[in-house]
Design a protein around this ligand. Structure first.
Ligand code: GH3
Ligand code: MG
Ligand code: MG
Ligand code: MG
Length: 326
């Protein structure tokens, strides 16, 4: 099992992970109807190790955006393909990169995604409209390799800074605001794809006693251990957040309540088997209680799932703690 580490070590680990994630394997989505330009950008960016998703069909934009979860979006301003069907005509306003950028900025799930606009038109008015729509940067066509790399790196750095403030230093899991965004996005996707999804709320049992008996620092160590245990026990696509104090949320993608409960019971057993040692040398054990709710069965939105999971958590506490109730 994982050993508890002090917060500064966690920050170092988080920072290191973020560095690796942002610099070598950062995900970039490039949208341009000109496939020869896509090819060129791919040739220029691939040697730096970026994971590229190239999209020449703007009408697939939202679907690909959700699937690829990029760290950076490079977006053409003008899509020349004429709308062929009524449905495409309806969405044709999205075929303008500037307007699309504005929609992204107003979308809770994507408003911190850096956007670089690509255009042959670099007149002041176009550039101004781009920035007003929330673009972070501009690249003119034809693209100059060195300029492209500098701008990409600088936008990814911005993304990295966001990531650092999105994670909880003590536990290494997402902070509430980030978890909220990720959960909203995951539920949206699960709805569209008709996939199962479940949400759990976990709360440490009698945690106040741990603080009272062994001190706040020991309490912090328990929280840190619990955060690491959660991070280790779920897949990378799952969402783990510190909702507040000693309460955590977990969003399990593609999982039913039954599967989710089994996994949580496993974690509960691991936690219960771990012997913590307080500063004064006393050893003690910690448990948690959990409530779990499933998409569609308990509601179609995050708020409804949260309420259902919270009620189940309350029942788990009432029934004597140290259990998961679905
Ligand atoms: P229950 O089983 O009903 O959940 O009891 P509890 O004692 O865990 O519940 P309560 O909500 O009364 O207490 C939560 C405690 O968690 C109170 C607070 O001091 C402590 N806590 C919250 N955040 C932190 C933190 O960051 N560090 C430490 N050490 N303690 C924290
Ligand atoms: Mg174009
Ligand atoms: Mg508690
Ligand atoms: Mg609590």
């Amino acid at each position: 099992l994982v050993k508890p580490v002090v917060p500064s070590q966690i920050l170092a680990v988080v920072t290191q992970t973020l560095r690796q994630a942002s610099e070598s394997s950062a995900k970039i989505l490039i949208v341009d109807d000109d496939s020869s330009l896509l090819k060129l950008l791919s040739t220029l960016l691939t040697p730096s190790g970026y994971q590229l998703t190239l999209l020449s069909e703007p009408q697939q934009f939202w679907e690909i955006l959700e699937q690829s979860e990029p760290d950076l979006l490079i977006l053409d301003i003008k899509f020349s393909k004429p709308a062929s069907s009524d449905q495409e005509k309806e969405r044709s306003s999205f075929f303008n990169g500037i307007e699309l950028c504005q929609v992204i900025r107003n979308d809770l799930r994507w408003n911190r995604l850096p956007v670089i606009l690509l255009s042959v038109h670099t007149d002041l008015e176009t550039v101004q409209r781009g920035f007003m729509a929330g673009a972070d940067d501009f690249l003119s066509k034809p693209v100059v390799a060195s300029e492209l790399l500098i701008r990409v790196r600088s936008r990814l750095k911005q993304r990295k800074m966001w990531k650092i403030i999105e994670y909880d230093e003590l536990t290494g899991v997402s902070l509430r605001r980030k978890a909220l965004e990720d959960l909203t996005r995951a539920i949206h996707l699960a709805q569209r794809q008709g996939q199962p999804f479940c949400l759990a709320i976990l709360d440490l049992d009698h945690f106040k006693r741990v603080n009272d008996q062994y001190g706040h620092e020991t309490g912090d160590l328990v929280l840190s251990y619990f955060g690491q245990l959660l991070n280790k026990s779920f897949r990378s696509q799952d969402i783990i957040g510190r909702w507040g104090g000693e309460e955590f949320v977990v969003g399990m993608i593609g999982m039913t309540k039954l599967e989710g409960s089994k996994r949580l019971e496993n974690i509960l057993e691991k936690l219960n088997n771990y012997l913590f040692v307080a500063a004064n040398g006393t050893s003690f054990r910690v448990t948690f209680s959990g409530g779990i709710a499933q998409l569609r069965e308990n509601g179609n939105e995050l708020q409804m799932l949260y309420t259902a999971a919270d009620q189940a958590l309350y029942q788990a506490k009432e029934a004597g703690r140290r259990r998961i109730i679905a």
